[in-house]
Write a protein that binds this ligand. Structure first.
Ligand code: H2B
Length: 99
C-alpha cells in the first residue's frame, strides 16, 4: 500500500500528531472519565482492528490511552491508518473522551 505524507494526512485529522520516533506514524493521546470508559473504547477499537486486520500500537494507564498508527508492511502511514484514525475518533466521541 502507498505511503502517504504525514503532514498532509494530519491536515484532515486535527486530534492527531506526528509520531516523534523511529518511524513515520500518527498518534493521539486520549483521556476518558475512568478506566471503564477507556477500556470500553479500547474494546471497540480492538474488534475493528481484528476485523480489518490493522492493529494499533497502544498503551493504557487507568483513564488514559495513547495510540500510535503506522503500517508496518509499508514502513509508514497509509490509507489504512487514516481509516483507523477516523474510526478511533468516532469511538472516542462515543465513549465521551475528554481529550
Ligand atoms: N497492523 C498494522 N498497523 N500494520 C501492519 O502492517 C499490519 C497490521 N499488518 N496488522 C498485518 C496485521 C499483517 O501482519 C497480517 C499478516 O496481515
Amino acid at each position: 500500500m502507498e505511503r502517504l505524507d504525514v503532514a498532509e494526512v494530519l491536515k484532515g485529522l486535527p486530534a492527531w500528531h506526528a509520531h516523534a520516533g523511529d518511524r513515520p506514524g500518527i498518534e493521539r493521546k486520549l483521556v476518558f472519565a475512568d478506566f471503564n470508559a477507556a477500556f470500553g473504547f479500547m474494546t471497540r477499537v480492538a474488534l475493528r482492528a481484528d476485523k480489518v486486520d490493522h492493529h494499533p500500537e497502544w498503551s493504557n494507564v487507568y483513564n488514559r490511552v495513547e495510540v500510535l498508527l503506522t503500517t508496518h508492511d509499508a514502513g509508514g502511514v497509509t490509507q489504512r491508518d487514516v481509516d483507523m484514525a477516523g474510526f478511533i475518533d468516532e469511538a472516542a466521541a462515543a465513549m465521551g473522551a475528554k481529550a
